[in-house]
Design a binder for this molecule. Structure first.
Ligand code: ATP
Ligand code: MN
Length: 483
């Protein structure tokens, strides 16, 4: 018999195979014993529910039972029987138990009690064995699957854009360098500067901050594409919303204008959230309960009005508010928050960049709905965004979510070569390096648009977790790259 002839707990709960002999494999969550019987709660990660195994000391040796401690990995063969206890329809009467892997109770860090998320971050190699983290990662999987399903069903093509690039898409400069040079002793040219011509790629390279520019090239051939890959930003912002390594989804569409882009983004976000509601009910109910307990530790006036599931349904069922940056500035400037100087950054004039506190005010206090903000001043946006006729704004859109702030950033792209190069000159972006990007504007240019969704911010929203470090398996943040 092949080793992996086992039945997953999820399958047992679906099929309820009373009377049949089956083999289970998984990790012990808890064990309770008296002299007549032991109850082992086993979890194999297929579903949040533990499965109860009943072990009779007349059949299973004391030595084996002793090793069935929290964290140990077991292979159990037995008969499925109707359960006596409440809450579960069946349980397994063990005929034999094999210890696949022991877990010394003196040393195993996860105890059957509530651990803080901070503590669990320090043992990220084990934290997926908790209910909270296994739920988060099953939901994360479902969301990733929904992303691919959405685009595939719409006829978009998945493009794998490079991770090592020579361009810094936004010119923001927050990149990680990629080199094979010996750090203390890089070759130098006569003027003393590091001679990247001798480096691996014959030029200076870094980890990508966005696949957009390459995505645009693909859209100019395949019409509708998306990327979904890792993205890196060396920004030293230690927030609950930023990672140094995160996953970004970037659709890019030929023949879309700004409004088409907004419609797609809204439809896409709702689809993905709806998919989680339809397919992750058990995990979301558990996470909703967790979020509620956390809410209840906050002062009453800071608690959110909706529970997690209600919040997700609310987003799916209501239209997002759409307004321009200029309208938003008016709202913010006239807000009590601003008048009473309660914003850390007061809104004084048109042109100011919006901080997360402003975004959250609009979404959480003023509209109480997701918001699509459009037509930002060109000074605070990237060079490739399409210039509006007013000469001041560009066809940008940011989508703001409650509790998250910016979840999507996008725009209609500037397809007019003269406007694009003029903007690059103004912003000191070297055109020689982006000759290939400019070629799309030279040969067969067309209106097109796209956006970027930070995948972890979506997972954060759907799971109701409070810190982005808790929705990616092994977070990379300033000072952290242990696992
Ligand atoms: P923010 O203002 O929140 O830093 P941004 O303006 O830098 O975001 P974009 O460059 O537009 O973001 O990137 C597109 C999307 O990628 C954002 O809307 C967000 O969802 C996500 N994102 C950006 N930076 C990070 C990060 N450091 N960690 C996780 N997600 C991020
Ligand atoms: Mn940023």
């Amino acid at each position: 018999m092949a080793f992996n002839k086992r039945v997953k707990i999820k399958t047992i709960l679906e099929l309820n195979p009373i009377g049949q002999e089956i083999t289970l494999m998984g990790w012990v969550r808890t064990k309770r014993s008296n002299k007549n019987v032991s109850f082992i709660a086993l979890n194999d990660g297929s579903i949040i529910t533990n499965y109860q195994v009943v072990a009779d000391p007349n059949l299973i040796s004391e030595e084996i039972l002793k090793k069935c401690s929290t964290g140990a990995c077991l292979k159990i063969t037995g008969i499925v029987v109707e359960s006596q206890g409440a809450g579960q329809t069946s349980e397994l009467n063990a005929k034999s138990i094999e210890i696949l892997g022991e877990a010394d109770p003196e040393k195993y860090p996860l105890q059957p009690k509530k651990h803080s998320l901070e503590f669990l971050r320090d043992i990220a190699h084990l934290r997926m064995r908790t209910n909270t983290f296994s739920a988060v990662f099953r939901v994360r999987h479902a969301l990733a699957f929904a992303v691919h399903k959405y685009f595939n069903d719409k006829g978009f093509f998945y493009i794998h854009t490079p991770i090592v690039t020579a361009s810094d898409a936004e010119g923001a400069g927050e990149t990680f360098k990629v080199t094979t040079f010996e750090l203390g002793n890089p070759p130098r040219s006569e003027d003393g500067k590091i001679d990247f011509k001798q480096d691996f790629f014959g030029r200076e390279t870094n980890l990508t901050v966005s696949g957009q520019l390459e995505g645009e090239l693909a859209a100019m051939a395949l019409s509708e594409i998306y990327t979904f890959g890792p993205t890196f930003r060396a920004e030293n912002s230690n927030t609950t919303r930023h990672l140094a390594e995160f996953w970004m989804i970037e659709p890019e569409m030929a023949f879309y204008d700004a409004e088409d882009n907004q419609n797609l983004a809204e439809d896409f976000l709702k689809y993905v959230i709806r998919y989680a509601l339809d397919n992750c009910a058990e995990d979301l109910n558990f996470l909703a309960q967790r979020a509620l307990e956390e809410e209840n530790t906050k002062p009453a006036d800071q608690r959110s009005e909706l529970g997690l599931i209600e919040k997700l349904k609310f987003v799916v069922e209501n239209e997002f508010v759409r307004l321009t940056y200029t309208e938003a500035i008016d709202i913010l400037r006239n807000s009590n928050q601003n008048k009473k100087k309660k914003f850390q950054y007061l809104i004084e004039e048109w042109g100011a960049d919006l901080q997360s506190e402003h975004e959250r005010y609009l979404v959480e206090k003023h509209f109480k709905k997701p918001v699509i903000l459009t037509d930002y001043p060109k000074q605070i946006k990237a060079f490739y965004m399409r210039q509006n006729e007013d000469g001041k704004t560009v066809a940008a859109m940011d989508i703001l979510f409650p509790g998250i702030g910016e979840i999507v950033g996008g725009s209609q792209r500037e397809e007019r070569l003269d406007r694009l190069t003029q903007r690059m000159e103004e912003m000191h972006i070297p055109q020689e390096e982006l000759w290939w990007y400019l070629d799309t504007r030279r040969f067969g240019a067309t209106p097109h648009a796209g956006f970027g969704l930070g995948f972890e911010r979506m997972v954060l929203f759907v799971t109701g977790m409070g810190n982005i470090r808790d929705v990616i398996a092994f977070p990379r943040t300033p000072g952290n790259a242990e696992f």
